[in-house]
Design a protein around this ligand. Structure first.
Ligand code: IMP
Length: 191
């Protein structure tokens, strides 16, 4: 089976992606012995995903993909966006989520979307796959599943947050689910 490294240490993400890819030997950063923190200094999801994928590819020489993702709130000018993981200044999901709620106090337009961009380095070529999931931000946390901003995000067409919906449902409609589905279709065409 062909090796493919996920350039991430985020357990929530790895769990979601593992459920979506079969027929490929999926390796985590731990599996390849990579324990360095990769900076994400850029202003776009594409640049950050590419930086991560390239750093891991240089380290191990294997096929690799990295995703960069985040929550974009329209009334906040697209924030937290690329700094979703540390919006409050800390890599702390609860503090980041609370800051979004605080910044949206009294704001009528609560529309938001999650965006994910995957950069895949496959047989020395670079490919990008994108997914978007639109929804809105509620005023109080609901549910205990998922991670990050999931307890305050309700995807369009649903009445429950991503933290309440089963993971299988989240995967089928999420930004990352859509981006991974595009990458999986590509990989199947290559195998
Ligand atoms: P990344 O690891 O740099 O891609 O940062 C992603 C950050 O965006 C996470 O730490 C979360 O704050 C947020 N995020 C991305 N995808 C999701 C999701 O599916 N649910 C909740 N938060 C997410």
């Amino acid at each position: 089976m062909t090796d493919l490294v996920i350039a991430s240490n985020n357990k929530g993400k790895i769990l979601e992606i593992r459920q979506m890819i079969q027929g490929i030997n999926l390796l985590s950063l731990q599996d390849i012995g990579f324990d360095t923190d990769i900076p994400e200094p850029y202003h776009t999801f594409e640049e950050n995903a590419h930086t991560k994928a390239e750093a891991i590819h240089r380290f191990c020489g294997k096929n690799v993909f990295a995703d960069d993702s985040g929550l974009c709130v329209n009334a906040l000018g697209g924030a937290p966006g690329v700094i979703s993981a540390h919006y409050s200044g800390e890599r702390h999901d609860e503090q980041n989520l609370q800051l979004v709620l605080t910044n949206l106090q009294g704001v009528e337009d609560r529309s938001a979307y999650y965006k994910a961009v995957i950069c895949l380095i496959w047989q020395e070529q670079t490919y990008y796959f994108e997914g978007v999931c639109s929804g809105h931000i509620i005023t109080e946390k609901r549910g205990s599943g998922g991670f990050g901003y999931d307890p305050i995000f309700i995807p369009d067409g649903h009445t429950e947050t991503f933290a309440q919906l089963p993971l299988s449902v989240k995967n089928s409609i999420s930004h990352r689910g859509k981006a991974v589905a595009k990458m999986v279709a590509f990989l199947h065409s290559q195998l």
